[in-house]
Structures are given as structure tokens and as C-alpha cells.
Write a protein that binds this ligand. Structure first.
Ligand SMILES: *Cc1c(COP(=O)(O)O)cnc(C)c1O
Length: 388
């Protein structure tokens, strides 16, 4: 009899240094925001990716909300974003009263279809929010050209996109998160590098740098005060509390020190899947991830695309019965209970296709080669192929 597997969809990886750094943060006596470890994390990102200004936040959701405040999104403004995304991409702008204009995915990739954006731009359009799905870059040259032509802001939802790059027409690889006016990253435990909950706002347009600090500190100029730039601080703008405790930053810093190690293993796992399923793609059984020439792969996620919702449900069940957790992903936001009526009846068939057919497979640092081979064998068998 076969032994039932017990393979979770995700397992957060601990480098072993997290609790040591948390101890140091606690001992330092400064455990609120912007302490020693927050500064170390900021310095890491600035050095490794050349981000000119970054601010840790308590989540990517918060970083997106900060972005919407910084762009002064007002009721009636329109924001263009993919329908195939997480609710936080949309909520940040809804909270400021914006109308969401959903754009379809590309036919061969869940990312926003840049060719479909122009027809959606109106005099009320204020921003475009590309989501780098699975850490795979959107067509950023196309998006930035539209932004320039129509005087729009670009906020990259780079929640899944740490350590991933875009190489546009100039041939220079640019880290995702460094291209739009603003960008938001997530360190939620389901992401490559994590602190349980956590996020970061990257400010690439210097016009937003000072105000971002103020908004993050409850609308006060406390950050400038702590740097000794002013002799008292006060309430100067709207804001909220978006900065994480240094305890969280200590956790995150331990992860950042192991970023290369984590990324290398995740890429191996990703490649193993891609190799194992090549035969299924060749025989038209499955569609595998399509990585455009301009995008790198940060191995955030491994997904396959089935032919139908029914087929995907059957495959999820087959995996579950064998003890493997695989999950589908976003339900298109344009058909959601909250937004369907406001969206109207404009059809976004590619977004619906990925909602129905995309399946995410277990993808985490500690997934063993043996377990992964078992997962592949189950899927190959499901489609009538053998594993060897
Ligand atoms: C994870 C994720 C978020 C939210 O991140 P949090 O840090 O949990 O707030 C937003 N957008 C996308 C695309 C995500 O994958």
C-alpha cells in the first residue's frame, strides 16, 4: 500500500538567526519602529537593488494604502489595475474613493495586458497599478510609456517580486520595484522572504520621499526630528501608523542575509517542476508558466494551467487524496460580490480563464526532492503519463 504523503502548500522557512536578532532588538531597548534592524533592512535594499528610498511597513497592504494617499487619489479618480490580483491592490484605492478600472490578463500570462490599457484611459485616470504576478515582470516599458503620454502615476504591486528583474529596450536589467513612481513589497509568510506579516514601500520619485515619511508616522514629522533636522515635531499632514516594530525588522533582516541561499533553492525546485511537466505541455495536457524574454524568474510560485475548472477540481482532489495540498488562486475581482455591479458587463475572459484553470503547486524552501518527485508523479499519472 502506498504511504499517504503529507505535503503542505507552503511552509515558512526559518534561517535560524531570526530569534537571535529579535533578542538583540529587544535588548537594545528600542523596539518600536525605525530602530537598528529597520535601518539595516533599508540599507540592505538600497545597496542590493539601488532603491533610493525604502520604508518598511507592517504589510504590503499598508504600503499600497500609503501609495494611494501619496498620489492624492480622490473620489471619482480612476485607477487601472488587473482583475486577476489580490484584494489589497484594489482596496488601497477604493479606500480613497477611486473607481477601479479592471484590465484583462494577457492570454498567455496572468499579468495585465498592456495592449488593452490605452482604451481604458480617460481624463479621470490617475494611476496604473501593474501586479508582477508570480514575480514575473509586467511589460514595464509599455506601461511607463503610457504613463508618460497621459501623465499618470505607476504603482508597482511588487508583493511577489523580490529579487526579480525587468530588461526593457535599453537592455539594462532593472529590479522590479525600481521602475514605477512607487512600489509595494510583501513579507507575508507566503512570500519568498518573510517576517510573518510585513511589507515595504519603495519611493522612486523623490517628490514623494518626505511626505511618505510623514504619512507613515501618523502625519507627523517625527522622522526628521529623530534625525536632528528640526527641534520639535508636530502634526503636519494626514497619516496613520504604517511602521513595523523593530522586532519584525530583526526577523526580516535574518531572512535578507539568507536571500541568495533561499532564492537558489527555490529556483531549483521551480526548474524541477518545469522539467517534469515538459512532456505534458508537449502533449497539450497542460499549459506551463510563460516567462517573457524581458522578465526574470524569482521562483515565487510554480503554477500549471489546466484546460477547465472541472479538470482542475479533479486534479486538486487527486492531489489531496494523496496528501498534497495544491491551491487555486485569485477569483477575478471584476466578478467579486463587492465590485461586480460597479464593474458592469465588460468581459475579461483571460482573467476568468486563470481564475478557473490556474493551479499553484507546493513551493517552499524545505520541499525535498523526494517529495517533489512524488507530486510530479501524481500529476503525470493523472494525465496518463508515467514518471519515468
Ligand atoms: C501578498 C500580496 C499582497 C498583500 O501583501 P500583505 O503583505 O499580506 O499585505 C498584495 N498584493 C499581492 C499581489 C500579493 O501577492
Amino acid at each position: 500500500m502506498e504511504v499517504k504523503l503529507n505535503i503542505p502548500f507552503n511552509k515558512p522557512y526559518l534561517t535560524g538567526k531570526e530569534t537571535h536578532y529579535i533578542y538583540q532588538a529587544v535588548q537594545s531597548g528600542k523596539i518600536s519602529g525605525d530602530g537598528m534592524f529597520t535601518k539595516k533592512c533599508h540599507a540592505f535594499f538600497e545597496a542590493r537593488y539601488g532603491f533610493t528610498k525604502c520604508l518598511l511597513t507592517t504589510s504590503c497592504t499598508d504600503a499600497l494604502e500609503m501609495a494611494a494617499i501619496l498620489l492624492e487619489i480622490e473620489p471619482g479618480d480612476e485607477v487601472i489595475l488587473p482583475s486577476y490580483t489580490f484584494v489589497s491592490t484594489a482596496n488601497a484605492f477604493v479606500l480613497r474613493g477611486a473607481n477601479l478600472i479592471f484590465v484583462d490578463s494577457e492570454p498567455t500570462n496572468p499579468n495585465m495586458d498592456v495592449a488593452a490599457i490605452k482604451a481604458l484611459i480617460t481624463p479621470k485616470t490617475k494611476a496604473i497599478v501593474p501586479v508582477h504576478y508570480a514575480g514575473i515582470a509586467c511589460d514595464m516599458d509599455g506601461i511607463m510609456e503610457l504613463a508618460k503620454e497621459f501623465n499618470l502615476f505607476v504603482v508597482e504591486d511588487a508583493a511577489q517580486a523580490i529579487d526579480s528583474y525587468y530588461t526593457g529596450k535599453d537592455g539594462i536589467p532593472k529590479p522590479l520595484g525600481s521602475i514605477g513612481h512607487l512600489a509595494a513589497f510583501s513579507f507575508h509568510e507566503t512570500k519568498n522572504i518573510m517576517s510573518g506579516e510585513g511589507g515595504m514601500l519603495v519611493i522612486n520619485d523623490a517628490r514623494f520621499a518626505n511626505r511618505a515619511e510623514v504619512i507613515r508616522e501618523k502625519g507627523t514629522n517625527r522622522s526628521a526630528f529623530f534625525r536632528g533636522e528640526i527641534d520639535k515635531y508636530g502634526w503636519v499632514d494626514m497619516g496613520s501608523s504604517f511602521l513595523p516594530s523593530d522586532i519584525l525588522a530583526a526577523f526580516l533582516f535574518a531572512q535578507l542575509e539568507s536571500l541568495t541561499l533561499i532564492q537558489n533553492r527555490r529556483k531549483e525546485i521551480w526548474e524541477n517542476y518545469q522539467k517534469a511537466f515538459a512532456v505534458l505541455a508537449l502533449n497539450g495536457k497542460l499549459v506551463l508558466p510563460n516567462i517573457p524574454a524581458y522578465a526574470s524568474n524569482n521562483a515565487h510560485m510554480y503554477y500549471i494551467v489546466c484546460h477547465s475548472l472541472a479538470e482542475r477540481s479533479a486534479l486538486i482532489l487527486a492531489l489531496k487524496e494523496a496528501g498534497v495540498m495544491a491551491v487555486f488562486h485569485y477569483l477575478s475581482l471584476h466578478t467579486s460580490p463587492f465590485y461586480a455591479a460597479k464593474h458592469g458587463d465588460r468581459v475579461l475572459s483571460n482573467s476568468d480563464y486563470f481564475s478557473d484553470c490556474l493551479l499553484r503547486l507546493p513551493m517552499f524552501y524545505e520541499l525535498s526532492n523526494e517529495d517533489q518527485a512524488q507530486i510530479c508523479a501524481i500529476i503525470l499519472r493523472f494525465y496518463g503519463f508515467s514518471a519515468d
